[in-house]
Design a protein around this ligand. Structure first.
Ligand SMILES: Cc1cc2nc3c(=O)[nH]c(=O)nc-3n(C[C@H](O)[C@H](O)[C@H](O)COP(=O)(O)O)c2cc1C
Length: 199
């Protein structure tokens, strides 16, 4: 087992999503002795946003790219190769203003590459990142699970599935800003979700 852990909190220290993602990885390692773990902390190495420069580089044929354009595409290539090389993905995902952190969005923008991680066929789009198991460790100040205010889970299910990653377990740590008792309950729920994912 090769585990890729992506921490998406803007915080390097004390992040609740990282705490839950770490517990997922610990649980995976306990069940799979010898599992290898690669850690990418997007607070430490943030990926550049998909701006006009990046789009220009991506849509310029390889042999016509400037050195700067080639370097920009190479940053995305590295993230794609890293993900392709792992069979298990663990995402630590805080809720920021109802969405995913910009750091995670930039990572997703990097790994979604037509012809490489998905392609269009006569029957529609086909994800090419198949056969991976994904765990998403969610951290939230409030309570949004299974409500229409939760835009994160539908979005992540959709984009991961589009890329071929359809086996996704969500681990919820919620209510973390609602006082110590609620926070404790939130982490207990995350623990229960984790055990259910392994059942
Ligand atoms: C900028 C910001 C925006 C936030 N927006 C939300 C939100 O929309 N809904 C929510 O439930 N919690 C929100 N929170 C609370 C976080 O989800 C919570 O603190 C969580 O633990 C953050 O993850 P982290 O500890 O891994 O950084 C927000 C926190 C910050 C700092």
């Amino acid at each position: 087992m090769n585990i890729l852990q992506i921490n998406a909190s803007a915080r390097r220290e004390g992040a609740n999503s990282t705490r839950v993602a770490n517990s997922v990885v610990d649980r995976l390692k306990a069940a799979n002795p010898g599992a290898q773990v690669t850690l990418r902390d997007l607070a430490v190495t943030p990926h550049p946003v998909l701006d006009e420069t990046a789009l220009g580089a991506l849509f310029t044929p390889v042999d016509q790219r400037t050195p700067e354009q080639a370097a920009r595409v190479a940053l995305d290539d590295a993230l794609i190769a890293e993900l392709q090389a792992h069979d298990t993905l663990v995402l630590g995902v805080p809720m920021y203003n109802f969405g995913v952190p910009v750091q995670l969005k930039s990572w997703i923008d990097a790994i979604a590459r037509v012809g490489v991680t998905f392609r269009y066929t006569e029957k529609g789009p086909e994800g090419l990142l198949k056969g991976k198991k994904v765990y998403v460790a969610l951290a939230r100040g409030g309570l949004y699970r299974d409500t229409d205010k939760d835009a994160q889970v539908p979005y992540l299910k959709n984009v991961l599935g589009f890329l071929g990653m359809t086996d996704v377990s969500f681990i919820y740590a919620e209510g973390l800003a609602m006082g110590p008792a609620a926070a404790e309950k939130g982490f207990a729920q995350a623990h229960a979700d984790l055990e259910a994912a392994f059942a």
